[in-house]
Design a protein around this ligand. Sequence first.
Ligand SMILES: [Cu+2]
Length: 106
Amino acid sequence: MGSPTKLLPVLLTLLWASSGVASAAEYQLTIAGMKFGPTPAELHVGDVIVWRNDDIFRHTVTARDKSFDVDLPPKSQARMTVGRAGAVDFYCRFHPAMTGKLDVRP
Ligand SMILES: [Cu+2]
């Protein structure tokens, strides 16, 4: 009878290998003090962004090309899957001086 513990490294290796193929990353981007936090440099289609609003004001994350529009009440967060490659500028509909840019690779 073989020891079940010998299987563990094999299973871990398989899990590691399969997660490497999908390689979807998750990033948290915090809005605080009426500013968007820095956006990740290595963003790819399929990655997930969790937008988090730490302010007491309502904000949105609105793409200039209308490809996304995330509503963020005060002290809330929302998940968004990055859908397409390219550079897209975004802003807050309530505070147009708040701007940012996503640079998405395929
Ligand atoms: Cu705002």
